[in-house]
Design a protein around this ligand. Sequence first.
Ligand code: DX5
Ligand code: ZN
Length: 212
Amino acid sequence: MAIISPSILSADFCNLEIDIKRVEPYVKWLHIDVMDGHFVPNITIGVPVVKSIKKCTNLFLDTHLMIENPQNYIEPFKNAGSDLITFHYEAVFDNTIDVIKKIKSYDIMAGLSIKPKTPVNAIKDYIKYADLILVMTVEPGFGGQKFMEDCAKKIKEIKEISPDILVQADGGINDKTAQICLEYGADSLVAGSYIYNAENIEEAIKNLKPLF
Ligand code: DX5
Ligand code: ZN
């Protein structure tokens, strides 16, 4: 069963608690996009917001760091309540194993993400150390972009290398692109604008799980 992780990047930040409660009955995970204006052009959520979110929900906090020097922010995000910290290979390159080990030393899950232009081959030796691989299906930075099917093919490549690793797809996920990712073997789907712009959130989330 695919793990749906609604991205609050598309929520109403004036009413974040309300928007978290709107998805809570239908999911177990919540996707939090952290951007620093350096690794990606946009700036979004930081540690204090994650800390506040933790106080108002029991959802599993899936924290996607699109930042430089992610190794310096693992402890603050863990203390704020992150249950999974995913960082980008392109932010650390050869230090990937050290960063994964540092995240796991806090007894939380470690995720490794690749941008659209990074091939699976670049991370093939690191996959076995991680708990989850996040395949970006858009350029990281903004919600509401168009899904890139070529990137989704990486899901299958990763599953062929390591069938047990959780693979998450993020970017441009809707009822149709979700199906494509699931067919490639995705275990988790992140969706922001498709869920939060929907008239009926329950139906939108159900539409992301067409295989069962
Ligand atoms: C983009 C973020 C995504 C974003 C997805 O950089 O990592 O999580 O919220 O938004 P949608 O689902 O609208 O493409
Ligand atoms: Zn994300």
